[in-house]
Ligand binder design. Sequence first.
Ligand SMILES: Nc1ncnc2c1ncn2[C@@H]1O[C@H](COP(=O)(O)OP(=O)(O)O)[C@@H](O)[C@H]1O
Ligand SMILES: [Mg+2]
Length: 273
Amino acid sequence: MSNVILKASNIYRDYVTKGSMFKKTDVVQALKGISFDVIEGETLAVVGESGCGKSTLARILTLIDAQTAGELEIEGTDININVQKPTSEMRQRVQIVFQNPYGSLNPRQKVGEILEEPLVINTNMRSDERRKLAMEMLAKVGLEPVHYGRYPHMFSGGQRQRIAIARALILRPKILVLDEPVSALDLSVQAQILNLLADLQDEFNLSYIFISHDLSVVKYIADRVMVMYFGEIVEQNTREEIFTNPQHDYTKTLLAATPRATVESIKKRLGVA
Ligand SMILES: Nc1ncnc2c1ncn2[C@@H]1O[C@H](COP(=O)(O)OP(=O)(O)O)[C@@H](O)[C@H]1O
Ligand SMILES: [Mg+2]
């Protein structure tokens, strides 16, 4: 049985930019009523070009931003932050990793503080318990105990993304939204981070919503793919179907713009077995 862990129904998001004496008030429909399920333990890739609404969706799914209309159900619980402030327990279930780990990590905090901040905010753990958990998470993302006392600027891009992943997982969420998590990294580093994500997914039985504009990465990691175009889902299907039998013209265009590649050749390119 496949369990639906997240259900989005008819999600809309409008951005209203306030006008002035000289400018009319403008409405951007970033999401135009999109619906989809995420199955427990799967990787659902979200693809589409810049501006199609991927990050808007990411912020709504992680309860950072509210939808204009539509319903969101996480692990069987309806949640609408327009109506009710999410409980911290609810917030813990879905976490996010952004494209640019430098921007998302406070440069004035040491790694230990960065990792423990969610624990300070959401739990009553003692400081020694927090430290223990932070140390465990560091190891799980392939970092060293000595990194606990260092600042973000002392790390490479790939290491910083490992820190961001550790922070996202420290509250043991069930769902991780990854918004272009490897797009800013060198190819060889991309492969390492993708492998790490695959290992962590197995270990914690995580469901991933993996946002990317790079179809070769998607082809490597996705179970299912959802194609977005100007705030709408034009097609969603298994990875196999999307890549071998695309139905929508826009999907075909996206595929045509991607170098022809098999899963094998991508693995080779990324340097993974
Ligand atoms: N805070 C905002 N205010 C106004 N418009 C926004 C805001 N955030 C995003 N948009 C607009 O919404 C649309 C979708 O943006 P976004 O979700 O960032 O797309 P993507 O992540 O796919 O590039 C774009 O037209 C963008 O300009
Ligand atoms: Mg984006």
